[in-house]
Design a protein around this ligand. Sequence first.
Ligand code: GUN
Length: 284
Amino acid sequence: MSAQIIDGKALAAAVKQEAAAEVAALKAQGVAPCLAVILVGEDPASQVYVRGKINDCAECGILSRSIRLPATATQAELLAQVAALAADDTVHGILVQLPLPAQIDERAVIDAIPPQKDVDGFSPVNVGRLQAGEPCFQPCTPAGCIRMIESTGTNIAGKHAVVIGRSNIVGKPAAMLLLAQNATVTVCHSKTQNLAQLCAGADILVAAVGRAGFVTGDMVKPGAVVIDVGINRGADGKLHGDVDFAAAAQKAGWITPVPGGVGPMTRAMLMHNTVLAARRAAGL
Ligand code: GUN
């Protein structure tokens, strides 16, 4: 293996430490940052994620509220919860864990979160601000990816960045953030022709496909920075990334592991955004 590992856990710990210090400073000024997390249903992966977020809050000194609704909850019930949290001045961030059960319109719920409390960065106002290059809440996963790329000392400006995946949560905002750093950005997806060839030309490769081992060694440019956003549960019960790690690590300059890469950074960036929301709400 020639690649250096980007240690997501260590980077996340540093981001959380920074957040904790800011929380302490805010508390000294009478502001107690608070994140509300709503989970609808019993999806095992979502339960794990939500538990992790609540634990992170405790670690950073951020207050948290965990709201659980049954899988049978109606859209009106969920919207009523969001409205109550939106009106509550002691709550600074609202996160509705996705995906939602089929009877609920995800878009309507995201639209109901006030932009100033939208710590996921999914609301139309934050999406628009990101696109326009204005101050906003950056979606946690791509924001974490950028931090990880920066941690390698790579100057993103002028580099060819290839993002595989065009989801609203990762692919599209990752492309916007890379563009904001003056990368030349290519977004690949299921209809892309010559995908392997495009990836092989990438100085920075962000894989957010949702398919284990999708990125093979021949798709990695020697020396590239490879960011693996995939979290795929294998038949072996283990977590696998979108990248064939062993093969890619032979060629990459830097690579993120799964687990211990993007996942911890995503959670840390949520803490960062929550502190930011509290600070902005207080006008500090
Ligand atoms: N489900 C998977 N990733 C995310 C995320 O970043 N935010 C929310 N709210 N739900 C998710």
